[in-house]
Write a protein that binds this ligand. Structure first.
Ligand SMILES: C[S@@+](CC[C@H](N)C(=O)[O-])C[C@H]1O[C@@H](n2cnc3c(N)ncnc32)[C@H](O)[C@@H]1O
Length: 242
């Protein structure tokens, strides 16, 4: 998958190449990362990318010309998706990450800065995405969040498909608790069932823990899971989100 990030701070996004499974995915060619600075497309002598808002108000606004020019200079893959990072966008979910990983061969990220961007920049995007109901100074961390979440779903990045399917949000339920050695750490013991070797009992315990944990921490997800179960006649163990 080709990933293009249009950003005034490419050095922040560059950090994605440096660490862990995502860094290794770039090194192995599973995904390609391309960074584009709108400042390189500014045409005035000061390479200006921002200006005052029409009508007055606090702060500066990202100008349309350098952002349009930066996007137009990027090669277009057949299944490209352009995503605008904005706290006004639709909240990001695991279902979005799965959809982009499955259906697209190129994702382009438009990162805002300052007070935001000229409204006409919105016309460039297929989707506007928010990573939560809070405001950051720029779109780089949101773009990196999405890139991390998408790249780990690409075949070859993470060890086994099973580990992706079992984790939180792959179905509507959160993941069950996990333990490793030692069996007793400062008086906190690993549940006996996990050491029993009884695979049926372990599976039942984990399923029950998923339900309890989700009901306690995310009643909204649990309600959706109950509804999916009812619609599937109680046969499904958590309907997939997408
Ligand atoms: C300071 S914010 C601008 C916020 C803008 N004044 C508003 O109220 O919508 C600068 C940039 O950071 C990015 N950003 C900030 N918070 C974000 C969030 N929760 N999700 C996605 N992008 C965000 C966007 O690209 C945004 O244009």
């Amino acid at each position: 998958m080709r990933l293009d990030v249009i950003t005034l701070a490419p050095e922040i996004v560059e950090g994605l190449r440096c660490y862990g499974v995502i860094g290794r995915a770039f090194a192995a060619g599973i995904a390609e990362l391309h960074l584009h600075n709108p400042r390189d497309h500014a045409t005035d002598r000061y390479r200006k990318v921002d200006d005052e808002p029409y009508g007055g108000g606090a702060g500066m606004v990202l100008k349309p010309e350098p952002v349009f020019a930066a996007l137009e200079a990027i090669p277009v893959s057949p299944r490209r998706r352009v995503l605008l990072m904005t706290p006004q966008g639709r909240p990001l979910s695991q279902a979005d990450l799965r959809r982009w990983a499955r259906e697209h061969d190129q994702l382009v990220f438009l990162c805002g800065h300052y007070e935001g961007f000229d409204e006409r920049i919105r016309t460039l995007a297929h989707e506007e995405v928010s990573i939560g109901d809070f405001v950051l100074t720029g779109g780089e961390l949101p773009a990196m969040t999405i890139i991390n979440g998408v790249v780990r779903l690409l075949p070859g990045t993470v060890g086994t498909a099973a580990s992706l399917e079992e984790e939180s949000h792959s179905a509507l339920l959160l993941e069950h608790p996990q333990y490793t050695r030692p069996a007793d750490f400062r008086g906190m013991e690993v549940p006996a069932v996990l050491r029993s070797g009884d695979h049926g009992a372990i599976a039942r315990w984990r399923a029950e823990q998923q339900r309890l944990r989700t009901a306690e921490r995310r009643p909204d997800l649990h309600a959706r899971w109950l509804q999916a179960e009812a619609e599937a006649g109680g046969a499904a163990n958590g309907a997939m989100e997408d």
